[in-house]
Design a protein around this ligand. Structure first.
Ligand code: ZN
Length: 488
């Protein structure tokens, strides 16, 4: 079945039918994390959003080359051309080599993405691994006249670029307005204009991450890595570039300018941006200090959390909103996601046991079409999930003999759940967590039996439960006002 996928293009500001440049190959580039802190809930949303896109494109037959970078150098504190490098700062505070910080948080990021069942990208390049290519692009931009050297640093000439190509097309910003809104340069600045941005920065003496170049001992500007790595792995022109909405400006705007200034034309066909996770209406992020790490989410150890939430609950919670809408954090929403997920997997278990009848009273083809329509409509996961819950109702009705299903339709229904729940939405049943809580409940039950036995002075039973549990390494501790248990 040929699927028509419509996606919202941030550049044209409308939904467009996705047509790859070189079908069946698809090039997908997504801006990855800057690895200087523990992955938090805000990282989970872009990762899961583009994981669904990657999974769905693969499902409908495309051969996707998915590139997601790791920023390990050049991302300065205020995202502009001043301030300390985020990774270098962390390294200084922790007295570590910057690459120790990078390795540690890259590993953490991978671990948590695995737990969330986010598939690894096809290529995961790092900024520090592409210094030569970044210097090469700077030379091209210099040669084409859209950059200038100033005191060993290289800046992009936004004003000159704007005259020919127009700057601000993605974010809809007006450069004249931007220039009048930003403060006048004080005469001390190396830049010709406040809107110019760094391609290469001369390193201050205390700056440890530095490379030699014909301009200075320095490091690349943050925006450059994505221009360079997308071009290297996906070509001058490629299909989809994704990232968080907060990256639209200046990061992606600068990327467009750099690629256009180097190659003379736009490089990306479709720009896609996911919205943010908010807490009380404010964006969750490291810079605002209101974030909850994924470790805290999974353990429940954070003042805002009423309980621990499993990786699949978090994944399901994120999928409750269409990626372009905001998603507000709340315990109620997470608990609803947890319940919903249990209901979904329970239906899948029931479905496995259902016996086919001769006739169907349910319309499986219609359900299947609705599921595809939802995802084809700009990856509308909440509508897809609502359709899957119609499927859950159907399963329960068949199980209660209120509806019937024939063999053919039964197989189709099983395929719908496998395709959308497992393959596309990437949801799996968390057996481990279930086993753990089952074990806890069973121990609790035995300890209660012993307690009751003691109250009724049935010492034989009380001692037997205690001794048997002890053999398994579980110790019951009697306390003044009750008891507790622990594993040895
Ligand atoms: Zn980027």
């Amino acid at each position: 079945m040929q699927q028509v996928l419509n996606i919202y293009n941030s550049l044209s500001r409308k939904k467009e039918e996705f047509k790859p440049l070189n079908a069946p190959n698809v090039g997908l580039y997504v801006c990855g994390p800057t690895v200087y802190g523990d992955p938090h809930l805000g990282h989970a949303r872009p990762a899961i959003t583009f994981d669904i896109l990657f999974r769905y494109l693969t499902h409908i037959g495309y051969k996707v080359r998915y590139v997601r970078n790791i920023t390990d150098v050049g991302h300065l504190e205020n995202d502009a051309d001043a301030g300390e490098d985020k990774i270098a700062k962390k390294a200084r505070l922790e007295q570590l080599e910057p690459m120790e910080v990078v390795q540690y948080y890259t590993n953490r990021y991978h671990d948590y993405m695995n737990m969330l069942k986010v598939l690894p990208p096809s290529i995961e390049p790092t900024a520090s691994g592409h210094i030569i290519e970044q210097q090469e692009m700077i030379r091209e931009i210099l040669k084409n006249g859209y950059a200038y050297e100033s005191n060993g640093s290289i800046y992009f000439d936004v004003k000159k670029y704007n005259e020919k190509y127009g700057y601000g097309t993605l974010s809809g910003r007006d450069i004249e307005e931007m220039m009048s809104n930003t403060r006048e340069l004080d005469g001390q600045s190396e830049k010709r204009s406040s809107v110019d941005f760094a391609l290469w920065k001369k390193a201050a003496p205390e700056h440890i991450m530095r490379w030699s170049s014909e301009w200075s001992l320095g490091f690349p500007g943050w925006h450059l890595e994505c221009s360079v790595m997308s071009r290297k792995y996906l070509g001058d022109k490629f299909d989809i570039h994704g990232g968080g909405m907060d990256l639209k400006f200046p990061h992606h705007e600068c990327e467009i300018a750099q690629n256009t200034a180097a190659d003379g034309g736009a490089s990306v066909q479709y720009w896609m941006h996911n919205n943010m996770i908010t807490i009380n209406g404010q964006k969750m992020g490291k810079s605002l200090g209101n974030f909850i790490t994924l470790e805290q989410m999974f353990s429940g150890e954070h003042e805002l959390l009423e309980q621990a939430y499993s990786p699949m609950t978090i994944r399901f919670f994120i999928l409750q909103a269409q990626y372009r809408g905001t998603l507000d954090f709340s315990n109620e929403a997470l608990q609803a996601a947890q319940k919903g997920l249990q209901k979904l997997f329970k239906a899948i278990t029931v479905l496995d046991k259902i016996k086919a009848s001769d006739k169907s009273s349910v319309n499986i083809d219609d359900l299947n079409q609705k599921c595809y329509n939802a995802i084809n409509d700009d990856i509308n996961t909440p509508v897809l999930i609502a359709n899957l819950f119609d499927g859950v109702k159907m399963v329960n009705a068949i199980n209660e003999n209120k509806e019937t299903i024939n063999k053919d339709d039964l197989n189709k229904l099983k395929l719908i759940f496998k395709t959308f729940v497992v393959d596309v939405l990437g949801l799996v049943e968390e057996n481990e967590a279930t086993k753990d809580s089952l074990t806890d409940s069973l121990i609790e039950m035995l300890v209660n039996i012993r307690h009751d036995a003691k109250i009724s002075k049935d010492w034989g039973t009380a001692d037997r439960v205690r001794d048997e549990l002890k053999k398994l390494g579980i110790i019951i501790k009697d306390q003044k006002d009750g008891y507790s248990w622990d594993i040895e």
